[in-house]
Design a protein around this ligand. Sequence first.
Ligand code: SF4
Ligand code: SF4
Length: 268
Amino acid sequence: MPDPKFSKPWHGIPREEIHWNPTVLDDVCIGCGTCVTGCSRLVYRFDFDRKKPVVVDPLNCMVGCTTCANTCPANAIVFPPIDSVLALQGRAEVRHAVEDDLLARREVLASAFTVPHPDRIVTLSIAEKDLMTADVLRVVLAPVEAGECFCEFVPGQYIELWQPGSNHLSRSYSIANASHGDGRIELHLRQVVGGRFTGWAFDEMRVGDKLRARGPLGAFTLRSAPDVPLLFVAGGTGFAPIHALVEQQARFQPARDMVRRLQPPPRG
Ligand code: SF4
Ligand code: SF4
């Protein structure tokens, strides 16, 4: 029988709907028993006559875990492709369930250590908001107070934003412009079906609204390569950091030929 402690829903999805458990290749297995005793969830039992492990409670298996396969000396254990789990993590309800769980168990899960953050938290206001495509929003954030801004940042970096009036966790977005010294930051937000932040941004966010922002974060930079052709490949809002890098390059090397091709983000 599956143990309810282990076979409970995975981030809101019933465990029965997720195909994730080991399969033992009997012909390859040498019967050492490591997988049976090494799994703390009692997925396996041991057939002492055949000297083979048997997967008796597959729903006890922790989604995404491959410990038994990693420690099998004969490489006799296989799992479904991890892509099937990663596809679930792309669903808004899964991300929301993770966020809700973090917030509900904050006292238990919060780190007791104070990590000094080199980045800053400032307040920015919505200066511009318009649609680039039906599901991509262009937003320009401006500092509320002069000097209280991310006045200098490097293209390729990102910032975190908190939705005003909610206790949701912050969301991260790539900066889509080069720094102009005035602290204005352009973002391209792709609407996520069921997404909490983008749902608010598309429907309720107004010019003049104020948001807390942290950053700038990340260290992805483009080193100077004057004689080497560069090919940027990105789609949809993934183009945002490249947009910023190209803008910076254009400023420092204005004579250089540059072609920009924007394609709408893939659907589905
Ligand atoms: S760890 Fe590998 S070789 Fe050992 S019993 Fe399990 S499947 Fe067989
Ligand atoms: S993957 Fe992890 S939880 Fe699943 S059977 Fe192996 S050791 Fe147990």
